[in-house]
Design a protein around this ligand. Sequence first.
Ligand code: KG4
Ligand code: ZN
Length: 349
Amino acid sequence: MSMLILGIESSCDETGVAVYDTGKGLLSHTVHSQIALHDEYGGVVPELASRDHVRRILPIIRDTMQRAGVTLEELDAIAYTEGPGLAGALMVGASVAASLAMGLDIPAIGIHHLEGHLLSPLLSADAPDFPFVALLVSGGHTQLMHVSGVGAYEMLGETLDDAAGEAFDKTAKLLGLPYPGGPALASLAEQGVAGRLRFPRPMLSQLEKRGDLDFSFSGLKTAVALASAQRQRDGLLDEQARRDIAAEFQQAVVDVLLAKSRAALKRTGLKTLVVAGGVGANRALRSALDHAAQKEGFRVCFPEMGLCTDNGAMIAFAGALRLLQGNKMEQGPRRFSVRPRWDLSALEA
Ligand code: KG4
Ligand code: ZN
């Protein structure tokens, strides 16, 4: 018998809602982005984010359910993002999920946001099987995980400072690009030439020396700041120079992510790499990984383009897998919590 799950994501600046049917797959999903709202502040303003979630969430739920052709009474469970994320923003999704679940007398399931990202490539038609290595590259996290099943996540390496997406965003700001910087920097990079100037590949020497799978991206951002200040002083910071800086920055990030992913596959002996999180939408990263996979005989899987960044589909899907697994995450309809800070490897199957 199939089950119907409503998924709610509100951890940051996107209100995401989806309906997932364990038999038929994803029935509908909606993402409302708050980019325009935060644009003038150059980054996410937490209080504005919470208020916008409050304003949008019920109409989006209504609309998404209507497009799925289902009613509230048909739902078997409601999955929501319990953390990590902005406390106030998380509270909106969590309280709506818990209230609806209470009214309908069905379970509310708190989902780890990164677990949602991590499992989202399994929503694709040609889904990979466990076990696999996951490269999680979002705005707040950069992690390599050994994934042997739902809830069985072993950390292989993580960032010691900035996450890859954060490095993209901060570097974009340095180059005067609008928020959110990642996609804008990636477009600028596509018009530039990498290698005209040279940035470091952080932590690659540690990989060679000690097999270290951790990342560090804050030095790269500093290298960009120094290079652009130098060119500015010399009167050489024209449009082409900005494009070349962006291209070399992107190439450095891609080189490091590729080298560490390859090393993680080698260490674990696994042949499948799953990429998830916002930076997974980066075209240069996708093509570098595709190319390496073909040449070196491993498989690389990405979420569909629209499911790389935050969305409700991944939360509904993770909720469905948790439910099928016996639902140990279920908190019952009368209680809910949010966890703004929450370590993914603390999860259990
Ligand atoms: O996973 P996500 O939507 O949110 C978090 O959970 O953090 O990731 C957002 C991050 C942002 O830092 C954004 O700049 C980055 O992903 N991003 C990109 C691209 N699209 C989104 N970074 C590089 N290239 C892109 N095309
Ligand atoms: Zn995310």
